[in-house]
Write a protein that binds this ligand. Structure first.
Ligand code: GLC
Ligand code: CA
Length: 598
């Protein structure tokens, strides 16, 4: 069993189970293919539940598996109640739920209800005529004519580059889409539309036994209703960043409260919302304060977006950042819940970001790769909030090789930004965009999972063609190789996840305080038991550099004079865990935790 004394259903000290649960995100197209068509599927996922249990996973989050033309990998749903055939069937979902529940694990699905696919029946009806009863379920606006030339209703830029409006010849109006033209935004102002979302998508799956949802784009349902231009911030583009027009809009809390009171609450379903463009704690708290009855928790993206440019602008022009920035942002999003009834999350990978070890660690040698992946693991498992791991993170999967060309990038966002750069005719911009994509593209986390050293990494049959290319390094970087090796990244994750629960009052529920915020190599912080009054403390010291012998902070001082005891080092017994004048002498990319108790 992955968890030790903790009961997955009752949790700890009256806290809901999901606070200390370890969530694991499965990107189903790339996890495990059972039938050799090169596309991962539900039978494949079901066949690997034991692997997840062995790792210590409590809740599986499955990215969208619904019927979809796959313009945005299923984040464009054309039927909420059907399974995209290559993923399998409704019966497979039932089996997945049964197999998970039998093991005391839970399953959440991805709820994508800011928009549908343009192939959804609702949109087909909506676009059929201006008088169709579902016309108002989407956001339609007349054109603007400037000097007789047709223009979209506003100048907003969409996520995948280009405008947020597409002209519909048939009814002679524009429809709004914050993402691709294939993803028209639903109109949450329309009450029938909201009821349909609750019934058709949410209750349908909850009635089938799903335990909750990761809620896509949760803060974009309420848009400002004046539909005006955003200020021009990019003079070279007709399309402007405009999140203030459609994010955290005037009725957002009303909508989410309604969704909770009518659906999530009655089913006791767990919810984690995707909360982008909201870098102020005062704006985040209302979503996740328990008293507000909105969401259990959200993902805030300041840390994971480090290195990217403005996501509604030059996102893929790489922005280097110092370690101190990573540290202060971590502290900000750890400590903002202290003294409140709100809850936070910890995560460093998902399907929308490149691999953590390639971005925050060191992949220059196999040795540094192992060490830095473990140090990143130790960072994550000692963070307060609910922990989310993304498939492959636990074996230290890396970005696609830098030698791969743009043809290996399949994501609609990557293609959008690349095409935009090419269209600009600016070679420097093309070069920089390619560079940025090689570091940050969403594609890096979407390549096939590396199970073993057989052809296609055991993701799919040997002769099959996987939908994305398998990483060149799969023979040395795979589950099979790490499973039996106590020194592997995978083994470290397993023990670190157990350790997290054994010391839950510090790691899951503790307060967070940086030590030496300005140090650009050592990332150190103190976790304190804020609740039980046990006086327990932990000092986490991470050498986020390849420098041997870096000194950490004075651990005794950081513990207010208490005697430190080494709880764990990422180097295990290899690390001699030396201390010099009260300061730990850290090897390259080593992480350690000290505690003040036996
Ligand atoms: C979310 C998803 C992302 C998708 C977008 C549009 O950000 O995580 O993958 O492209 O929503 O649905
Ligand atoms: Ca398949």
């Amino acid at each position: 069993m992955g968890s030790i004394t903790w009961d997955r259903n009752t949790g700890w000290a009256g806290e809901p189970y999901w606070k200390e649960a370890t969530f694991y995100q499965v990107y189903p197209a790339s996890f495990k293919d059972s039938n050799g068509d090169g596309w991962g599927d539900l039978p494949g996922l079901i066949s690997e539940i034991d692997y997840l249990e062995e790792l210590g996973v409590d809740v599986i989050w499955v990215s969208p598996i619904f019927e979809s033309p796959q313009k945005d990998m299923g984040y464009d749903v054309s039927d909420y109640q059907k399974i995209y055939e290559p993923y399998g069937s409704l019966e497979n979902v039932d089996t997945l739920l049964r197999e998970a529940h039998r093991r005391g694990m839970k399953v959440i699905l991805d709820l994508v209800v800011n928009h549908t696919s343009q192939e959804h029946e609702w949109f087909r009806e909506s676009r059929s005529s201006k008088t169709n009863p579902k016309r108002d379920w989407y956001i339609w606006k007349p054109a603007r004519y400037i000097d007789g030339v047709r223009h979209p209703p506003t100048n907003w830029r969409s996520y995948f580059a280009g405008p947020t409006w597409t002209w519909d010849e048939h009814t002679q109006e524009y429809y709004l889409h914050l993402y691709a033209p294939d993803q028209p935004d639903l109109n949450w102002e329309n009450e029938d539309c909201r009821r349909a979302i609750y019934d058709n998508t949410m209750r349908f799956w909850l009635d089938r036994g799903v335990d909750g949802f990761r809620i896509d784009t949760v803060n974009k349902y309420s848009k400002r209703q004046d539909f005006i231009d955003a200020p021009v911030t990019d003079a070279n583009s007709p399309h402007q960043s405009a999140p203030e027009m459609w994010c955290n809009g005037p009725r957002i809390h009303e909508f989410i409260r309604e969704m909770n009171d009518e659906v999530l609450g009655p089913y006791r379903a767990v919810s984690v919302g995707e909360l982008s463009n909201t870098p102020n704690p005062e704006q985040v708290i209302p979503y996740v304060s328990a008293a507000a009855r909105e969401l259990d928790m959200v993902f805030e993206f300041s840390v994971i977006r480090l290195g990217t440019g403005n996501i509604l602008g030059p996102k893929y022009i790489y922005q280097p950042f110092p370690l101190s920035r990573l540290k202060t942002l971590t502290e900000k999003w750890q400590s903002f819940v202290e003294g409140t009834d709100a809850w936070t999350t910890a995560f460093i990978e998902n399907h929308d970001n490149a691999r953590a070890v390639s971005r925050f660690g060191d992949t220059s040698t196999p040795e540094m790769w192992v060490r830095s992946a473990k140090t990143i693991a130790l960072w994550q498992v000692t963070l307060t909030g609910t922990l989310f791991i993304y498939q492959g993170q636990e074996i230290g999967m890396t970005n696609m090789p830098s030698s791969w060309g743009i043809e290996e990038y399949k994501d609609v966002e990557s293609s959008g930004f690349y095409a935009e750069a090419v269209a600009s005719g600016d070679e420097e911009r093309v070069r920089k965009t390619l560079h940025g994509l090689s570091l940050l593209a969403r594609d890096h986390s979407r390549i096939p999972f590396q199970w073993d050293d057989s052809p296609n990494a055991g993701f799919t049959a040997a002769g099959a063609t996987p939908w994305m290319r398998v990483h060149d390094d799969y023979r040395s970087l795979n589950v099979a190789r790490q499973r039996g090796d106590p020194a592997s990244i995978l083994s470290f994750y397993k023990s670190a996840l157990r350790l997290r629960k054994q010391h839950r009052e510090l790691f899951v529920f503790g307060t967070f305080k940086l030590v030496d915020p300005e140090d650009e190599s050592i990332f150190a912080y103190v976790k304190r038991d804020a609740r039980g009054g046990s006086g327990k403390k932990a000092v986490v010291v991470l050498n986020m550099s390849g420098e041997e012998g870096r000194l950490g902070p004075d651990v005794t001082a950081a513990m207010d004079g208490d005697e430190p005891r080494l709880l764990v080092s990422t180097r295990g017994k290899e690390g001699d865990a030396k201390i010099k004048g009260g300061k730990p002498v850290m090897s390259a990319w080593e992480g350690r935790v000290y505690v003040n108790y036996e």
